[in-house]
Design a protein around this ligand. Sequence first.
Ligand code: HEM
Length: 189
Amino acid sequence: MSSNPHASTIVAGSQTHYTRTAVGLHWLIAALIVVALVMGWTMTDMAVSPQKLKIYNWHKWVGITVLWLAALRILWRVTHRPPDMVTMPAWQRIAAHALHGVLYLLMLAQPISGWIYSNAAGFPIVYLRLIPLPNLVAKNPQLAETWQEIHETLGLVLVIVVVLHLLAALKHAFIDKDDTMRRILRWLP
Ligand code: HEM
């Protein structure tokens, strides 16, 4: 009998690639985060108009989509063993794990901070105009100001972490020329 209490719930993936679901979630979430960032930066500078309100709604819906997809992805990650990392110095492996941990946290924290900010500013969220989400906090202008700053700051931290993640990936692809990119780009030869 296995001594690992999680053994029955962890599905061993391929030794070289992430599962198709993990790869799909990775690129879908990455694209949606870029869309949410571009919308966030654009909409806040727009003059008040129906168009601005529309973008605010879409920004919130894209963000909430990131939230539930990230939750799904984390669930998938803890139940499906990722492929072993390529051989690299211990510090790089530790840095990669730490960066991935921060990315998972930000994928949850960034949308939740926007949700709290919206509720504190007095705007309940109705996801896709179909599903009313619970208010996480009551209307409170002072709290709204704090959470607006948190949402803005986390957005910047997210950009920095994503850029570091990207630079690390490019280093593996073009300097180390190892198989790291192939793990998440399954269609590469
Ligand atoms: C991955 C998800 C998200 C990302 C990357 C993101 C990013 C951003 C960014 C970069 C800004 C501009 C901040 C600034 O420079 O002032 C912003 C603004 C905003 N976000 Fe998000 N956001 C996300 C999710 C959400 C969610 C889920 C909500 C609400 C349910 C939300 C509500 C807002 C609101 C209301 C603003 C406008 C703030 C203002 O009026 O100053 N965001 N977001």
